[in-house]
Every structure is written in C-alpha cells, then in structure tokens.
Design a protein around this ligand. Structure first.
Ligand code: XUL
Ligand code: CO
Length: 447
C-alpha cells in the first residue's frame, strides 16, 4: 500500500507509517498485537479483520456535543476557501490517514464525502466530483471502499423520517439521495451498501401509522436493491440495527427484528446485517448475542466495531478496548465463516477532549490491537475445541434414536409426549457455566 500525500499538504506531520513493534514496545504509535501479515488459522490477520475507517467520525465529527462547541481542530477545513475545497482537503487527509495506519478499507456517507448543495442536482454534482477524486486516491493507494451509505438523518427534511416519512415528497427526495449514493458506491467498487435507518421509526404512536411506515420502508429497500442490481452492483446490502436514538423507537430494532422484517418482505437474499457493538448494548443485548443471532439465521454480514459506556443509555461510539468482548465477537465471527464482503468498520470516535492529531491514530491502533488479540484468543478457543466439544456433547441426545427423529420431524407430538412420560426425570445435567467461564479466562491469558 502506497503512502499518499504527494503533492498535498501533510495533515499528520511527524507521524509516519504505523508498524508492528510487538507487545514489549512502549511506542504509542506502533501496533503491539496487530501484525497484518501474521497467519492466524488459515488466513493473515489483515484478511480476517478487514479493518475499515469511518469517514464521518474521523474526518467530519468535530468534538461538538449538545452542550458545547467544536473542539477538534480540523486543519483540512481551516485552510480551505470553499466547502468543496474543504471536502477535497478532507479527502486528502483521510487517505493520508488510511495509508499511514495501514487500514485497507473505508466507509462513508454521501454527505461525509461532499457537502449538500442548494438542490438535489447540485448535491449530486458535488458528490460525483469528490467521488472522482476518491477513485484516483483509491487507485493510487490500494485502499478500498468497504461500503457506502446515504445520510438520511441530518437534514431537517428528514425530521419525520426518510423512507418512512408521512410526506411522499420526502420519500422521493430520499430516493434521489440513495440513487446517487448507490451510483457512487458502485463506481468506487464498494463491496457493500449500508442502510442505517436513524430516523426510520417514531417519536409517538399517536401520530404514526406504523404498518404503513414499515411497508414503505420495505418498498423503498426493494426498489433501491433492484436499481443497484440493474446497475451491476454485485455487493451486499446491509441493514444496521439500532433500537433507538435519534427516534424513540427504530424499526430496525435489533438483529432478530430485522431478520423477521427481511424475511417477511422477501429481502433476505440480498440483505445481511451490519452489527454494531454499541447498538447491541442499547437493545439490551451482548454484542456476541447479536453476532450469534445473525449467524444462526444465515444473515451475518459486517460489523461496526466500537463499544458503549455501560452506564450510559446512549451511543457513545468509543473505540473497543475489551479483549473479553472482542474475543467473544471474533469467536462468533470465525464460527460464522469469517468476513467475506464485510469487515470491521470502526464506527467510533475520539473523545471531545482528545485534541491532538496523534489521538486519532492511537485510538485506531488500540482498536486494531484489541481485535487482533480477540482474533488470536478466538482461534485458540477453536483450535483447542474444549468449548465447542462441550456444547456438542450437551446436545448429543439429538444425534441418534428418538432425539434424531425429533430433529428430522419424524415424531408426532403425541409420540413425543408419550416418550416424555417414559423418560420421567432423566436428562438433568449441569450447564457447567462457571467451569466454562474459568476456561475462557485461561484462553484470555493465552495459557
Ligand atoms: C449511527 C450509526 C451510523 C451508521 C451509518 O448510530 O451507527 O453511523 O453506522 O449510517
Ligand atoms: Co454504525
């Protein structure tokens, strides 16, 4: 992968290529565990993990919050004479960052890449102009687009929703935006396209026709899918579940809800789930629960890697730091067959008071190291086979005899009931949860 800031201003001066220095290094700007070409199981770390950088948090978010002004000095904005020039400088800064960090992928919303214009036509023109520049930078650096998406939540027109808006004109405007975002994603070789329905939900049932809105959402998604396929898009469509925020209730509540929706409307062939750790937490689930659920339904796709603050009820989008969590996540992901078109996109932002340019690097280095450790632990668990062996044994009574007949649907309910009376109290065994938790802790220490 080539470094790219030739001919441009260097936005992260004094920071070079981030390299692997190993666990003994104290260099905050080096990987301690993420060793891109190291083989884990059958694949290199980088091919297991497929790290992507979220354009919005890293190059657009400025540290502002509902209580305070921006704190992050974005030099790519300061030295620009117009919003379009700022967008171009931001693109250069982003590619400088991707290549210095060694991330192979990135993800964006249309409005991250280019500013909204006065009209849909002008917005589209801005987007296509920036996408043309992004294409050149992708070619020059080898960095690829993991997925694109449209921001259907920031503009005031979307305050009542986008595809689920009660006004048809807004639904049509959302389509104009998604069409352009799809065109650009396809042109940039995007491996996926994500729908996160931030405002596809409601604030009050008193003013909402829930059935109609869900039908509109399904119609919109089907039409967008058909359009993209017609343009030759071979990638994966993702729905990213989140239960709430900004709406009180979001239709894409969690994996199980989205899976039901996709199947009900016949979208499950083209759509997979993009699962975000912090969203899982807001839905009252463990991250691993959402991953295992998607895998169990054949709908696992991609991951927005971050973490929440367990005592806060909102999306804090922090960088992952827990080996326990990434080990269980990678255990689920590896057993789901690993990533194909998907990857680990850091939908995470540095804190409001992290104001040094190096902070953005250190945040990503920590996140990548944390997932590298999680990957190695997960591979250890799989290679050792104790946990899977235990689970297999736990269900062994379904491998033969009446248990196997039950699974194959060869028993009627009254026969099953008769067998029940015959068995009496048999089959009460320990779940051995504590022993398994102790074993997991041993894997975590690499023992
Ligand atoms: C918001 C969120 C989004 C999506 C992309 O909570 O996660 O950034 O990942 O629209
Ligand atoms: Co996300």
């Amino acid at each position: 992968m080539a470094d790219y800031y030739v001919g441009n201003k260097e936005y992260f001066p004094g920071i070079g290529k981030i390299t692997y220095e190993g666990p003994k290094s104290d260099n905050p700007l080096a990987f301690k565990y993420y060793d891109a070409d190291k083989k884990v199981g059958k694949k290199k770390m980088k091919d297991h993990l497929r790290f992507a950088i979220a354009y919005w948090h890293s190059f657009c978010a400025d540290g502002s919050d509902p209580f305070g002004a921006p704190t992050h000095p974005h030099p790519w904005i300061v030295d620009a004479k117009s919003p379009m020039e700022a967008a171009e400088h931001k693109l250069n800064a982003a590619f400088e960052f991707f290549t210095k960090l060694g991330a192979e992928f990135y993800c964006f919303h249309d409005r991250d890449l280019a500013p909204e214009g006065e009209s849909p036509a002008e917005s589209e023109k801005n987007l296509f102009a920036l996408a043309a520049k992004a294409k050149k930078l992708q070619k020059a650096t080898g960095v690829k687009l993991l997925w694109g998406t449209a921001n259907l939540f920031s503009h005031p027109r979307f305050m009542n929703g986008a595809a689920t808006n009660p006004e048809f004109s807004v639904v049509a405007l959302a389509a104009a935006q998604v069409k352009a975002a799809l065109d650009v994603t396809i042109d940039l070789g995007g491996q996926g396209y994500t729908f996160w329905g931030g405002r596809e939900g409601y604030m009050s049932l008193l003013n909402t026709d829930l059935k109609k809105e869900k039908e509109h959402l399904a119609k919109f998604l089907s039409m967008a899918r058909d359009y993209a396929r017609k343009q030759g898009f071979k990638g994966v469509f993702y729905i990213e579940p989140k239960p709430m925020e900004p709406t009180k209730h979001q239709y894409d509540y969690d994996v199980e809800t989205v899976a039901g929706f996709l199947r009900y409307y016949g979208l499950d062939k083209d759509f997979r789930l993009n699962i975000e750790a912090n969203h899982a937490e807001l839905a009252g689930h463990d991250f691993a629960h959402e991953l295992e659920t998607a895998a169990s339904l054949g709908l696992f796709g991609s991951v927005d890697a971050n973490r929440g603050e367990p005592r806060n009820g909102w999306d804090t989008d922090q960088f992952p730091t827990s080996y326990y969590e990434t080990a269980l996540a990678m255990y689920a992901i590896l057993r789901a067959g690993g990533f194909t078109a998907g990857g680990l996109n850091f939908d995470a932002k540095i804190r409001r008071n992290s104001i040094e340019p190096a902070d953005l690097f250190e945040a990503h280095i920590g996140g990548m190291d944390t997932f590298a450790v999680g990957l190695e632990i997960a591979q250890r668990i799989i290679d050792d086979g104790k946990l899977s062996g235990f689970v297999k044994k736990r269900y062994a009574s379904f491998n033969s005899g009446d248990g196997a007949k039950f699974e194959k649907g060869e028993l009627s309910f009254d026969v099953l009931a008769k067998l029940g009376s015959k068995y009496g109290t048999a089959g009460i065994t320990s779940g051995k949860q504590e022993q398994l938790e102790n074993i997991l802790n041993k894997y975590l220490l690499g023992l």
